[in-house]
Design a protein around this ligand. Structure first.
Ligand code: UN1
Length: 514
């Protein structure tokens, strides 16, 4: 194998983030004293080189961590929520201090460009701020009782330790959405990160550990780097975890949902998307173009919110497609840590194969590749983002291929466009570009977009944390991050208090004893 040229300063970066360097050029990270799992390699997708080797947890190690989360919960749930918020506030401060380095590590391990790596850390900081505020606003309702001298109210209590399973593409932000909200809600947690991104998880965990030991609350945030087949399975079966929040493919979510459902646990599922942008004749075409390119090729097409389908009105189709193809021609693909790069590598070789197979299937089904699709002749997993002229009948369009393929289709009426947009199994994000208020409102109406996210004159990706994030249908129905998503991390208790001296029964039922 040829020697691999890695990002300059990798060793220094890892050292600054507290990871030990070894003679081999890669660093061995022992996270717990005697972890019993196998060695996992963290690969830089931009070079194919090994960044570090991580010793994974065995089932025995998992047991230790789960017991820690379980016992810590007994105290954590009783701490006043604003005090839990203070822990989260300090985590936010620590993340701010490490923003640049941590962003660079995200870039190194996922291949997303620097600005997106830092953006991911910013997303963590944002959710910390949100959760701190929330820690003083965990409110319930008071409801009118039908009985005299009675008061009825709702309160929200911590639900217990939860399991958080995250994907490689947002290796830390999505964990933070769950973890920071869960923490202020009074839950403890166990995080199982993607095996593609163990380093980012370990560094974030050590930042959190430092804050936790300073504030005397170790054991609230826990990490298990483990195999899906043993540790992952054990975790979703574990009755000590009343809630599992999982991000990943629809296939993975079906497994998690089934196992957790069978034990009547609760699952928050954030699964595959197959997001579309509709471009109408009244759209601002410059904006629509920029938004489409960012949504389709940002993070090399590896966001669950990536635009995978573009539905363009027939009257503007040719001109818009031409501009899009030109824009793709000028994309800078390359080292994600270099200024000016817009498209980094895919996560691994398998992702390249999946993309290749999808493009072949598209051509077989009558599609026409009008831009990109070729692998770059260089180490790492680089590919040119592809545009495929397609029609809604092609079955491949129904699949979420986690790579930069954009299927472009024509429509005649807005009704058709919305039907095409809704005509897939997934229901995460959707967008329309229009300056016609009627079209915009139709898109947002009950019979408009069927997705969890519906945007007007904004692309499908890049949601803010303040809103509830998630989608319908095969996307799993879960909601995370902002708005009232916190309610999923707590148990609701309806309390009725009788201050009188008699015992009236609801619904006028009489039951006189003696
Ligand atoms: C994901 O791809 O799993 O809305 C999350 C976005 C980001 C989060 C994506 N804020 O694109």
């Amino acid at each position: 194998m040829e020697p691999i040229k890695d990002m300059k300063g990798t060793a220094e970066l890892l050292a600054r983030l507290g990871l030990r360097d070894s003679n081999s050029g890669a660093c061995e990270v022992d996270w717990i004293e005697n972890p019993g799992g196998r060695l996992l390699e963290s690969i830089n997708p931009a070079t194919g080189g090994v960044i570090a080797r991580v010793k994974m947890a065995s089932l025995e190690d998992y047991e230790y961590v789960a017991a820690t989360a379980e016992t810590t919960f007994l105290n954590w749930r009783n701490l006043p929520a604003p005090q839990r918020g203070e822990v989260v506030r300090q985590i936010g401060v620590a993340l701010r201090e490490n923003k640049e380095d941590l962003g660079l590590l995200v870039t190194l391990e996922t291949g997303k460009i620097r600005s997106e790596g830092e953006g991911e850390v910013q997303e963590m900081i944002d959710i910390c701020d949100f959760a701190v505020g929330l820690s003083r606003q965990l409110y319930g309702l008071t409801i009118a009782s039908e009985r005299s001298q009675h008061r009825m109210m709702e309160q929200w209590h911590p639900i217990g330790p939860l399991g958080i399973i995250t994907a490689f593409n947002f290796p830390v932000a999505v964990w933070a959405w769950n973890a920071m909200i869960a923490a202020v809600c009074g839950d403890t947690m166990i995080w199982k990160p993607s095996p593609e991104t163990p380093l980012t998880a370990i560094v974030v965990q050590s930042i959190v550990n430092e804050v936790a030991s300073r504030l005397d609350c170790r054991g609230v945030f826990n990490l298990v780097v483990g195999d899906a087949n043993d540790v992952g399975e054990r975790m979703i079966h574990d009755r000590r975890l009343p809630l599992i929040s999982a991000t990943g493919s629809t296939r993975m979510g079906e497994r998690v949902g089934a196992v957790v459902g069978r034990r009547l646990g609760r699952a928050i599922l954030e699964l595959g998307g197959n997001n579309a942008i509709i471009v109408t004749p009244t759209a601002d075409f410059d904006m629509a173009l920029r938004a489409t390119v960012f949504a389709a090729v940002g993070t090399a097409g590896q966001r669950c919110t990536t635009a995978r389908r573009l539905i363009v009105h027939e009257s503007i189709y040719d001109g818009f497609l031409e501009r899009l193809v030109n824009a793709y021609g000028s994309l800078r693909i390359g080292d994600p840590w270099e200024e000016g790069t817009l498209v980094g590598p895919l996560i691994n070789e398998r992702a390249l194969d999946t993309m290749k197979n999808a493009l072949e299937a598209a051509v077989e089904q009558g599609g026409r590749v009008v831009a990109g699709g070729q692998r770059l002749e260089r180490p790492g997993y680089f590919v040119e983002p592809a545009i495929v002229e397609a029609n809604p009948g092609m079955t491949i369009i129904g699949e979420e291929t986690f790579a930069p393929i954009l299927y472009v289709m024509r429509y005649e009426t807005v009704d058709d466009a919305i039907a095409i947009q809704n005509g897939v199994a997934q229901g995460l994000s959707s967008a329309i570009f229009t300056n016609d208020v009627r079209e915009a409102e139709q898109f947002l109406a009950p019979d408009g977009s069927d997705c969890g996210i519906a945007n007007v004159n904004i692309g499908t990706s890049g949601a803010e944390i303040g809103g509830a994030f998630g989608g319908e249908k095969a996307t799993g129905g879960g909601r995370e991050a902002g708005s009232d998503s916190w309610k999923a991390y707590m148990r609701r208790q309806t309390c009725t208090i009788n201050r009188g001296r008699s015992l009236p029964l609801a619904q006028g039922v009489r039951f006189d004893v003696g």
